[in-house]
Design a binder for this molecule. Structure first.
Ligand SMILES: C[S@@+](CC[C@H](N)C(=O)[O-])C[C@H]1O[C@@H](n2cnc3c(N)ncnc32)[C@H](O)[C@@H]1O
Length: 378
């Protein structure tokens, strides 16, 4: 049986988000939905690729769809018992498009494409003219897919998607039509790097999420309190952390032009972005923040955090930079010593202790991170 995508070139793979799912994760999904299966159930994967999600022995009605005809034909060969479709899952979304009636118990599984249609990194290869219904249109295909499941009025949803859809408030807010009607009831976090041939570069957390239709849905506070488990036995909740935007501005203020002597910093996003981006910069642009010098400490913190971010596990990749402020106040002198070895221009803005060696500074910063990250220390 062929389960690894082989008919698309790199560019088309990016455009379709066509990265097929390993069996281990498929099994997790079926384990989670099995308690909800009944005689009226239809299990649908509306972005099925070669049909990997149907490689599981269980008797129920199954439907598969993909926009890519060659993929659908491979699904047909792999799983002749599955009813297949070749539609755009995001256009004219309705149960009828998959011959599903209102009385059916609809369970949606799969691994929809996720690619930020506005992302800068891949703008050169990403050209997308897929039709998407206006009421489910977002800047990211994966989020539109979640909205399409709500539009199909699914009873149960168990899919893989980036954790960032839930934990980043801006994303969460774009999903209102979904989050108002569904509640996350179980989940496990996996590493994007475990997919074959995924985008080269920094791995990010993907959640295998089980959602149940719910009259009250969930609000962002529910997510902040939700304890996420990872596949390798760790767990965390957003409320475990104090985040750096509680102390400083993440984004540039509009219409502010720098004066001489201002210190500039690159816009902060999440930890993975920090790993890729610069921190202190010397040229002003639309992506630069003018630092409030009273808060320079915290920008220094972020810069040093970047240096030590290799200590963090992949599942923190989409969090904001976090901090233990009391502890930082105690360790600050070491942060100062470390930073001036890399950004000597900061010497004139801070008072640092010349007697602290760089060796001593690094050891103490490591200690800070050991305490900050606790059991997650890499
Ligand atoms: C991440 S792959 C997953 C494939 C399969 N579910 C698996 O996990 O092995 C995403 C699939 O979505 C399909 N796709 C992308 N946009 C689509 C759309 N608008 N409608 C239906 N399928 C789409 C791609 O062709 C690709 O096969």
């Amino acid at each position: 049986m062929i389960t690894n995508q082989r008919h698309l070139k790199y560019k088309d793979k990016i455009n379709l988000g066509a990265f097929y799912t390993p069996q281990e994760y498929v099994n997790i999904v079926w384990n989670k939905i099995t308690p909800f299966l009944n005689s009226k159930s239809i299990v649908l994967d509306s972005s099925c690729g070669y049909g990997n999600f149907f490689n599981y022995k269980i008797d129920c009605q199954k439907k598969a769809n993909d926009i890519d005809l060659i993929a659908v034909e491979q699904t047909k060969r792999n799983f002749p018992e599955v009813e297949d479709f070749n539609r755009n899952s995001l256009s004219n979304v309705s149960r009828e498009m998959f011959n599903i009636s209102d009385n059916d118990n609809l369970i949606i599984i799969g691994n929809p494409p996720y690619n930020d249609t506005t992302s800068i990194i891949r703008n050169k290869i990403k050209k997308n003219d897929t039709q998407i219904d206006y009421d489910i249109k977002t800047r990211d295909f994966g989020m539109s897919f979640l909205l399409s499941y709500a539009k199909l009025n699914a009873d149960i949803i168990c899919v893989l998607h980036p954790l960032s859809y839930l934990i980043k408030k801006a994303n969460f807010n774009l999903l209102k039509k979904f989050t108002n009607n569904y509640k996350l009831i179980d989940s496990v976090i996996i590493d994007s790097g475990t997919f074959k041939e995924t985008s080269k570069g920094i791995s990010f957390p993907i959640v295998i999420a089980l959602y149940k239709k719910d009259n009250f849905g969930m609000d962002y506070q529910y997510i902040q309190n939700y304890r996420f488990k990872t596949i390798d036995g760790h767990n965390f909740a957003l409320i475990d952390f104090d985040f750096i935007p509680n102390y400083i501005n993440k984004y540039p203020l509009k219409n502010k032009i720098p004066k001489e002597n201002d210190i500039l910093f690159w816009t902060m996003r999440d930890i993975n972005a920090l790993k890729r981006n610069r921190t202190f910069v010397h040229k002003f642009g639309y992506n630069t923040i003018i630092i409030d010098k009273n808060k320079l400490d915290y920008y220094i913190y972020v810069d040093v955090f970047k240096q030590f971010s290799y200590l963090l596990p992949y599942y923190f990749g989409n969090l904001d930079v976090f901090i233990n402020n009391n502890l930082f106040q105690k360790y600050k002198k070491y942060f100062y010593c470390e930073i001036i070895t890399r950004h000597s221009f900061l010497k004139k803005y801070i008072t640092y202790n010349e007697n602290v060696s760089i060796q001593e500074a690094k050891e103490n910063i490591l200690n800070y991170f050991k305490i900050l990250i606790g059991e997650h220390y890499n």
